[in-house]
Design a protein around this ligand. Structure first.
Ligand code: 2HG
Ligand code: ZN
Length: 492
């Protein structure tokens, strides 16, 4: 379906927005818009009639209400670090006839309240994750979600995509960390639910609809987020293993010995480590030999608790003795811990520097993951000869990035253009058949929408469409992300 049924914002609407938001909050200057029209992975470029940047809740509500009156499409955007082009105004109008308003939340960056007693922080949508981390550290607390894009990703985007990252194992993804939400619904009304309630049983959980809603059900303007005790001590280890099954065995053993202290359990295959060492400056191999698989483990204790380094060391020695682990090193300083993390966090970038890859973000039950990775790799190579699968990431969460690189030595751009869509459909079908998810943490956005719609359970898709129609009957919120681009409904 075409998005051309969305009306272009009228001159009167643009003037109203300019008057209300002022020069800092409204621009039609192509130079201001350009950096925000292409997605992070540079796969899609869109167009917008204006960049609209509300500075507070009142302005945000004004923008949505004004757009709703005219049925104009709004595309919310935070740090523009979506892995799936969830915040790119593509497919709505065109360069010569731009029809979307790009709504940047980056000016709403106030941390309204931090409460150590409530273990909660109220942050506006535009607060950058790294700034949030710093603000809550100041009161001896921690927001336990982190990802490589922390310098760009914003609270609104993290909430709207139910972001995950490298620290999900213990405290969960955003869904588990959001206590409350403030949002503007598609008709301009306000959903005000920022109270840091731990229990609230008044029927449907509307905030959970907005979490992971990818901006299709409303504009998140602020969220109340759960905090946990600050880090007293952390131990970071890099471990070499023979098989992915052994990695899983190690995870369960460490949980047995260390309880909940294990906060990260990240899988890096030999090929992934080699890519990082080849492409990322200032990296060096952590173990004497190359192992088929590696894991990075981080275990954390709170300030008043016993440090755990000695217990990890003992557990790893035992695992080596039993042949579960090949070799291991434990960071002796914070600098060494950061260096080990750099090996993991640079993997995505190293892969990109090496060439193009078809990217996947799949989940299956944790215990099935080693088997799935092996089966899927064989199936992909059979179907696409020469393709090079590489699986890395959040093994402890049952989520890996099962990326497929082009055959070595060829023209990878040409291979990608000819095969990427078919490769992705193939991988997404495999994971769906395995009872898993084709999007574990990145969301659907625009890049995965076609596969999601094609492979989704019909009952699930129908329920989602019904919710969308009920809350956003004219389809103005982030058209084309997550769900098919609908024709804009005529004004009532
Ligand atoms: C990661 O885990 C990110 O490093 C990016 O989710 C994954 O680039 C990717 O495929
Ligand atoms: Zn990831």
């Amino acid at each position: 379906m075409s998005g051309m049924a969305y009306p272009a914002p009228s001159a009167a609407l643009l003037a109203t927005l300019r008057d209300r938001l002022g020069p800092a909050g409204f621009s039609t200057d192509p130079a201001d818009l350009a950096p925000w029209l292409t997605d992070w992975r540079r796969r899609l470029t869109g167009s917008a009639a204006a960049l609209v940047s509300p500075a507070n809740l009142e302005e945000a509500a004004f923008v949505v209400a004004a757009a709703a009156t005219d049925g104009v499409a709004l595309v919310p955007q935070g740090g523009n670090s979506s892995m799936v082009a969830g915040a790119t105004p593509a497919g709505i109008g065109s360069d010569s006839d731009p029809r979307a308003l790009l709504v940047s939340m980056r000016r709403m960056r106030t941390i309204r309240r931090v409460s150590a007693d409530d273990n909660a922080v109220v942050a506006e949508a535009g607060v950058v994750l790294a700034d949030l981390h710093a603000a809550v550290e100041a009161v001896d607390r921690r927001f336990p979600l982190s990802l490589a894009a922390k310098g760009n990703a914003t609270v609104g985007g993290l909430v709207s995509t139910n972001a995950g990252g490298t620290q999900v194992l213990r405290f969960g993804p955003m869904r588990a960390l959001v206590l409350g939400i403030e949002a503007v619904l598609p008709d301009g009304s306000l959903l005000q639910g920022l109270a840091p309630l731990r229990k609230d049983n008044r029927g449907y959980d509307l905030k959970q609809l907005l979490i992971g809603g990818e901006g299709t059900l409303g504009l998140v303007t602020a969220a109340t987020l759960r905090l946990v005790p600050a880090i007293g001590a952390r131990t970071v280890a890099w471990i070499g293993l023979h098989t992915a099954e052994d990695a899983l065995g190690l995870l369960r053993m460490l949980e047995d010995r260390l309880g909940e202290a294990v906060e990260s359990f990240e899988l890096v295959p030999a090929e992934g480590l080699a890519l990082v060492l080849r492409h990322i400056p200032d990296t060096r191999t952590p173990l004497a030999a190359a192992w088929p698989w590696n894991v990075l483990v981080e275990a954390v204790s709170s300030p008043g608790a016993e440090p755990i380094a000695a217990r990890i060391e003992a557990a790893l020695a035992e695992a080596i003795e039993h042949g579960l682990v090949g070799d291991a090193t434990i960071a002796a300083s914070e600098a060494q811990a950061d260096a080990l993390w750099k090996l993991r966090e640079s993997l995505s970038e190293a892969e990109a520097r090496d060439g193009v890859a078809a990217k996947h973000d799949v989940a299956v039950p944790v215990a099935d993951m080693p088997g799935f990775m092996a089966r899927a790799a064989t199936a992909v190579v059979e179907r696409f000869p020469g393709a090079r699968p590489i699986a890395f990431g959040h093994l402890g969460d049952g989520n890996v990035h099962f990326n497929i690189r082009s055959p070595a030595g060829g023209d990878d751009k040409a291979w990608f253009a000819a095969n990427a869509a078919a490769v992705s459909r193939f991988v997404h079908a495999l994971v769906t058949e395995a009872g898993g998810s084709m999007s574990a943490e990145h969301g659907i956005g625009r890049l995965k929408r076609a596969d999601f719609v094609a492979l989704a359970d019909p009952a699930r898709l129908a329920a989602m469409m019904a919710i969308k129609r009920a809350l956003d009957p004219r389809g103005i919120m982030n058209p084309g992300a997550l769900l098919p681009l609908a024709e804009a409904a005529p004004p009532p």
